[in-house]
Design a binder for this molecule. Structure first.
Ligand code: ZN
Length: 505
């Protein structure tokens, strides 16, 4: 293989320009400049400068331009944002701390794309971005905030450091900064002047270590006092007085017991005899240690506490950073997101549950000066239109629900609010898989078709259909969505439509 010198450049580091010039002409290649691109990342640039991130911003913008002519539903836009938009910056973000202004710009692009499309003009952003960023289990759309994503991606290096002791990068970091006395962590870079990725990465230790716990084997790589290896947290924090008295700071667990004898007798190396209060604390600590046993043949291991597998994932750490341990559960999660309707319908149902669809009451509150038509519900022309009225309590919708109850052979009281509806687990047609699939589709289809009917009556020259005709549409769409699922692969659409109760048994 020959080196193509016209594609090569020589970049000097700490050398005089004339020397570099001479060397380059001797080689027959050109002189390059800092920052240079190396393996797709800018080398020698300053990640704190906006210019460093220009290529990322440009790329994201370019992708959006490409999509502008495509007709995309909100569900489709969401998928694209997740798949590509948040994927493009990942490469940079996995190493460098992203400046807030760049994150804001990127998120603004994502936000407008989700709610407005590109060049569709200003539209309402129906739900706050902080909410959208949350995972679906927590009530968001699972887009993720870039700041947390950036932190979680960089934390991956903290996880990898002790697992890849022989890799070049780990050796460089270790020789430059040293490692902690248990050997698991590289010491954070703290100097004020140093501006390097490791400084920003190691700044993330605080939250990272809260999510790690040691699984003790032979106990020679886990420090008794300073490492997290019992459920109660660090022993030096739980028993600060005893820690001060101990002469064995920084020593590993195997230095505290004789592993040959079980039950272990502990030697904490106290500098003097304990008084009554300290003795009581020591007894408390011994209770925590009771039943603990070193296993000489097993190595100490670090577990990632947020995953059952014990292995680090960016997703789990992102969620931890977002909630700092107190994640709120979004109870309608499975009824909204596990249903087999198309993504655009699910996003719509999610908006209904949050009370964020643009019904008259909301529109009037947002811009009272613009809304001229009467505030009534277009389906019954009696009540005022709110989401709960439109979808649940409107006489028109109630008749539609009545037809659904008849179809599934049961009757329920309609809950007061749409959110309550999706928090309820209705069991219809037994507990079979096909039954729950078809039921989920039917419910989504009712909400979706009421909304379509309502919009057509308001925005089109259209008189509307009666309840029984709308019910046919509800059934048709539900059966269609169900028919393409794995559960119904042996059932044709017409068969499902002919007798729903028969195909779910
Ligand atoms: Zn009504």
């Amino acid at each position: 293989m020959k080196i193509n010198k016209s594609k090569c450049s020589l970049v000097g580091f700490g050398l005089s320009p004339s020397l570099v010039n001479n060397l380059a002409s001797g080689w027959g290649c050109v002189v390059g400049d800092w920052p240079m691109m190396y393996l797709g990342l800018p080398l020698g640039g300053n990640p704190k400068a906006i210019g460093f991130w220009e290529p990322v911003l440009e790329k994201v913008q370019r992708r959006l331009q490409k999509w502008k002519r495509a007709f995309l539903s909100r569900g489709g836009r969401l998928t694209l944002i997740q798949a590509v938009l948040s994927g493009i910056p990942t490469y940079y973000m996995s190493l460098f701390k992203t400046p807030v202004s760049v994150i804001n710009k990127l998120e603004k692009l994502m936000r407008s794309f989700l709610w407005e499309g590109v060049e569709e003009g200003k539209r309402d952003h129906l739900v706050k971005w902080e909410r959208v960023a949350k995972s679906k289990e927590e009530g968001g759309l699972g887009v993720g905030s870039l700041k947390e994503k950036n932190e979680a991606l960089r934390a991956k290096w903290l996880w990898r450091f002790p697992r890849e002791p022989n890799s070049l990068w780990a050796r460089v970091v270790k020789s430059k900064y040293g490692s902690t006395s248990n050997g698991w962590e590289a010491i954070p870079a703290t100097s004020v002047t140093s501006s390097n990725p490791w400084k920003d990465i190691s700044a993330g230790y605080h939250y990272f270590l809260q999510c790690c716990r040691f699984e003790v084997g032979n106990g020679n790589r886990v420090r008794f006092w300073e490492d997290s290896w019992v459920h109660e947290g660090l022993l030096k924090d739980s028993f600060p007085r005893l820690f001060v008295l101990s002469s064995k700071h920084s020593l590993s667990i195997d230095q505290f017991v004789d592993s040959q004898v079980f039950p272990h007798s502990w030697d904490f190396g106290f500098r003097r005899n304990l008084n009554d209060r300290e003795t009581a604390e020591a007894i408390e600590m011994l209770e925590i240690l009771e039943g603990f046993r070193l296993c000489a043949s097993k190595r100490d291991r670090r577990r990632w506490d947020l995953e059952a597998s014990g292995l680090f994932t960016c997703k789990s750490f992102q969620s931890f950073l977002r909630n700092k341990g107190s994640a709120a559960t979004f109870f309608p999660f499975s009824n909204v997101w596990k249903a087999k309707s198309p993504p655009k319908v699910k996003v719509f149902v999610w908006l209904v549950v949050l009370g964020k669809v643009n019904t008259s009451d909301l529109v009037q509150r947002k811009r009272p000066f613009m809304y001229l038509s009467p505030n009534w519900c277009v389906l019954c022309k009696l009540g005022e239109e709110s989401a709960d009225h439109l979808f649940l309590h409107c006489p028109f919708s109630l008749s539609l629900w009545g037809l659904l109850w008849r179809e599934v052979g049961t009757v329920w009281v309609i809950p007061e609010r749409c959110a309550d509806f999706f928090c309820t687990d209705f069991v219809v047609w037994g507990l079979g898989k096909r039954a729950s699939t078809l039921w989920g589709c039917l419910v989504h289809s009712v909400f979706w078709n009421i909304w379509i009917e309502r919009n057509r009556r308001i925005f089109e020259d259209y008189k509307g259909v009666g309840v029984s005709e709308l019910w046919d549409r509800v059934k048709y769409w539900a059966a269609l969505w169900a028919s393409v699922t794995e559960d119904f692969k042996d059932y044709a659409l017409s068969i499902i439509l002919r007798d729903m109760a028969a195909v779910v048994i």
